[in-house]
Design a protein around this ligand. Structure first.
Ligand code: SF4
Length: 303
């Protein structure tokens, strides 16, 4: 079969389902390539994957006998159809992204766990993956000695098997990026110790709910004191435009900075905000780190 792939979101971050589909089809002896409307010609099947609801859909004609669409961007608010087991658990073919995203030459991407017990109402994970963090893979399922590992787990430390998974990450000796968020609220000394034994490139936490303030600040403070890690390793997602005021957003941002963390603003339904909206400006100010460093107060930011 001739298989075409379309990463509808663009090519800034590798699409795991497409890499797994590529690996599986190549195992069957099929040819796989990116679908380019001008060059690819007729395909037996084209896979289109769209993670984000706000990404515009592919707008060109697709010359194929069959078109398969997948991903949260197409199925939201329900989670969509999971990949068949034999594809879900295959070692991804990272090579399809090597030209577009050079990091994929030496980085493994994947999930050790799925699901999250929190059930935050702005987040799709609980509905899509379940309200429990469950181990779904060992590291060798998607890592074969690459220098870097990017974990996509929503809440690995909520998993009962976090110790086993941490041991695998420690033993890998690779640089680890917890890209989706470690839950600071469930951090214990034992879990922090496990993190300290890993080669951590970056850990992402989240402070989404303003009302967590009294509980979460001491947690962040203790984490910083124990690890002593530089803020470049410690990012914290700050959700805005959901149920907080600008004052509450700024309070979280300033507090995190004072505690020695990097805030990173995530705007809920950003695509619905008009150009020039204050929260778009807030996001630019915080997320452009050099600007955030050189302009300490939001009211002085002219962008
Ligand atoms: S803790 Fe994070 S992953 Fe879990 S439901 Fe809340 S936002 Fe989603």
């Amino acid at each position: 079969m001739k298989i075409g792939l379309i990463d509808v979101d663009g090519h800034n971050f590798p699409n795991l389902p497409l890499m797994k589909l590529t690996a599986w089809h190549k195992q069957q002896g099929d040819s796989v390539e990116w679908y380019e409307v001008m060059f690819t010609g007729h395909c037996d099947r084209v896979y289109m994957s769209k993670v984000f609801t706000f990404s515009p859909d592919y707008e060109y004609y697709i010359d194929a006998d069959e078109i398969v669409r997948g991903g949260t961007g197409y199925s939201y608010p329900d989670g969509g159809k999971p990949l068949p087991d034999e594809i879900e658990h295959i070692y991804p073919d990272y090579s399809i992204y090597n030209d577009r995203i050079p990091e994929t030459k030496d980085t493994a991407y994947g999930f050790l766990t799925r699901g999250c017990p929190r059930g935050c109402d702005f987040c799709i994970v609980g509905e899509k993956e379940g309200r429990c963090s469950v181990k779904v893979a060992n590291l060798e399922g998607f890592w074969r000695g690459q220098k870097n590992i990017v974990l996509l787990d929503p809440n690995m430390f909520a998993c009962r098997e976090w110790k086993d998974l941490s041991r695998q990450l420690i033993d890998s000796g690779a640089w680890i990026d917890f890209s989706q968020g470690c839950d600071i609220r469930i951090m214990t000394e034992e879990k922090v110790d496990a993190l300290r034994q890993m080669k951590i490139k970056q850990v992402h936490f989240a402070w989404d709910k303003y009302e967590d303030r009294d509980m979460i600040i001491p947690k962040f403070r203790a984490f910083k004191e124990i690890t002593g890690w530089d803020k470049r390793k410690l990012a914290v997602y700050v959700l805005v435009n959901y149920n907080t005021t600008l004052e509450q957003d700024l309070e979280r941002i300033y507090t995190l900075r004072d505690l020695g963390f990097w805030p990173y603003v995530m705007v809920y339904e950003r695509e619905k905000l008009p150009k020039g909206h204050v929260l778009r400006r807030l996001q630019r100010w915080v997320n452009m780190r050099a600007v955030f460093d050189s302009t300490p107060r939001f009211e002085d930011y002219k962008g």
